[in-house]
Design a protein around this ligand. Sequence first.
Ligand code: URA
Length: 431
Amino acid sequence: MRAVDIIIKKRDRQELSRAEIEFFVKGLTDGSIPDYQVSAWAMAVLLNGMTPQETTDLTLAMAHSGDVLDLSGLVEIAVDKHSTGGVGDKTSLVVLPVVAACGLPVGKMSGRGLGFSGGTLDKLESIPGYRVDLTTEEFERQLQEIGLVLTGQSKNLAPADGLLYALRDVTGTVQSIPLIASSIMSKKIAAGAQAIVLDVKVGRGAFMKDLDQARALARQMISIGELAGRRVVTLLSDMNQPLGNAVGNALEVREAIVTLQGGGPADLGEHCLHVAAHMLVLGRCARDLESARRMAVQAIASGAAFEKFCLLVEAQGGDVAFVHEPQKLPQAEFVEVLAAERAGYLSGVDARVIGEAAVALGAGRLRKGDPIDHTVGFLVHARVGDRIQAGQPLITIHANRGTRQAKVRGALQEAFEWSDDVVRALPLFYE
Ligand code: URA
């Protein structure tokens, strides 16, 4: 078999066989297929799609590119969650410690930033020392010892996804249902999840722009889960405006810490409680969503969730002093507040524009392997539906010398859309 023939076949809209997909995934994992061929193939998939069978074959091939964990001897039921990607989406940093504090162990494999959307691993690396490359043995030991793991793809765990993911980030090949579904589900299967809550984001700051696309992605992931014998719940949530206030790595970690301590923006807190409640029900820790939600609220109020987060950071080599005093996390040199140039109701806060502006400041990558700047980003002070006075702060920019602060300033003003009439707030969840 030759990689070029597989690229041509996909370019010509033909269905790839399981053997061809396995050959391609093996080649991208062992490096015998170079980045330029993997990128060309990813673009062909983005343009021409994949059949459900191809998507399932790709998922399983990527899941089996490294170890596939069997956690049945370690935990009663392995429950996991994953978001399809958004702006300001620091949900995992809050939900996982909450759920673990309620007695449900969680071992999760997250991703880095992808296009305009942030990534949990990049956020966690704002904490000096935090390791995201745990080995299989470390993953299993930590899950047993503290009931919480938050790591990334590694040489042992879903390496094919790690490699393809880094290329998709910088080649315009993120927005593809088969590539997203296989990327997410391969990580979940490799990490041994038996039950999975998928937070499918929909809107301007998501990869799925409307509910039809989001439903199609959700269905695809549910059917992969069924074939692999995993239980899957999908939630369709809003991503037209950023979630919470903070966008950017260290800023988001700080906001997650405040939320775990019982503060933080209301929308983020509510979103996290809802996702956590679904995980607790799926993990048979609670009878119904109402009692699960009460457990999650209590885990935050008692300080148990924050304590779990500290244990997680310590276990993965992070300096927990930065969690106890988040103001010590790395900070940008310049802070500038943009104020409203007019009065009115906000009818839009374009999450995509804000996400792209964060990448332009250095919060994301333009080339594979680029270092990122953990300090830069924004605090968004207003939400759709708010009544705003002229001069009221809309957004605070955190930037460093040499970043394109002036360029993003104009784009950010455009991200805010206005109406003279009352505008309804956006829902957190659609379905
Ligand atoms: N999250 C992932 O892990 N992969 C994607 O492709 C998108 C979101």
